[in-house]
Design a protein around this ligand. Structure first.
Ligand code: NAI
Length: 258
């Protein structure tokens, strides 16, 4: 029987074949949670993550999904119940960003970013909560938003619109779902070293300029984010809902809008 701060729990983590999602899924597994590893485009990375999670002594399954498709979000929840017997924790982590000046944003850009980051979190949460309601279970939702749920990011208007939407979605659902015993919180990472910001991390002048604005003087790691996710998913956070928790080395506090 696995032990740990999440022993006995089961979690779906979207976009968990890489980056922050992978770090959270592996950390959850090491804390005793069964995990649904969700991948979009990279089955080998997904299978590698699943195998590593299972090596912690928990059950780990691999499900392919495009979270922007409602049928796929319903299937993720269905797989958690049919293969793992239920689910207590949903981490809406999958996300994309697209660099484009506002006047150049196309409908395809808009749909890709908003449908993945906002619609995906919206309808996957809806499918999860419907199941919790039917099974008379409590639960916990953690959305991976961003410092850009609050902080401007010129040339990333679609990303900011999606993450700003996730900020209000979390606040609204914390109130609407609180009476069902469902907690909803956001983690807002900033400057975490992952594939999504590979080009920035490889551009030394841009990276140096960014690091100057980070009081702790370094970029973050997926482990920096995963530790907070474990806390929010655990019973230690039983009275915590409706908040955004920033993990950014102090970047937001040190940032002055132009
Ligand atoms: P990443 O690119 O490694 O992770 C994104 C994951 O989402 C990938 O596994 C990708 O396959 C998956 N994904 C993309 N579209 C999908 C879809 N339609 N359906 C299912 N999965 C899909 O990058 P990272 O950094 O780990 O990003 C994770 C989350 O953290 C994202 O929501 C991102 O916006 C957020 N974030 C990251 C920050 C950073 O500094 N790395 C800062 C702020 C927020």
């Amino acid at each position: 029987m696995p032990s740990g701060r999440l022993a006995g729990k089961t979690a779906i983590v979207t976009g968990s074949s890489s980056g922050i999602g992978q770090g959270i899924a592996l950390r959850f597994a090491s804390e005793g949670a069964n995990v649904v590893i969700d991948f979009h485009g990279h089955p080998e990375a997904g299978e590698e993550t699943r195998a590593k999670a299972e090596a912690s002594g928990v059950k780990a399954i691999l499900v392919k999904s495009d979270v922007s498709k409602i049928a796929d979000t319903a299937n993720l929840v269905e797989q958690a119940w049919s293969q793992l017997g239920g689910c207590d924790v949903l981490v809406n982590n999958a996300g994309v960003e697209k660099n484009a000046a506002f006047l150049d944003v196309t409908e395809d850009d808009y749909d890709l970013v908003l449908d993945t980051n906002l619609k995906g979190a919206f309808f996957l949460t809806q499918a999860f909560v419907k199941r919790l309601r039917d099974e008379k279970m409590r639960g916990c939702v953690i959305n991976m938003s961003s410092v850009h749920e609050d902080m401007v990011f010129p040339n990333f208007a679609t990303y900011c619109a999606s993450k700003g939407g996730v900020r209000m979605l979390m606040r609204d659902l914390a109130v609407e779902l609180g009476p069902m015993g469902i907690r909803v919180n956001n983690i807002a990472p900033g400057a975490i070293s992952t594939p999504i910001n590979k080009s920035l991390l490889e551009d030394k002048p841009k990276l140096d300029a960014l690091l100057k604005n980070i009081p702790l003087g370094r970029s973050g790691s997926v482990e920096d984010v995963a530790g907070l996710a474990v806390y929010l998913a655990s019973d230690e956070a039983a009275y915590v809902t409706g908040s955004t928790f920033v993990v950014d080395g102090g970047l937001m506090r040190n940032y002055h809008e132009q």
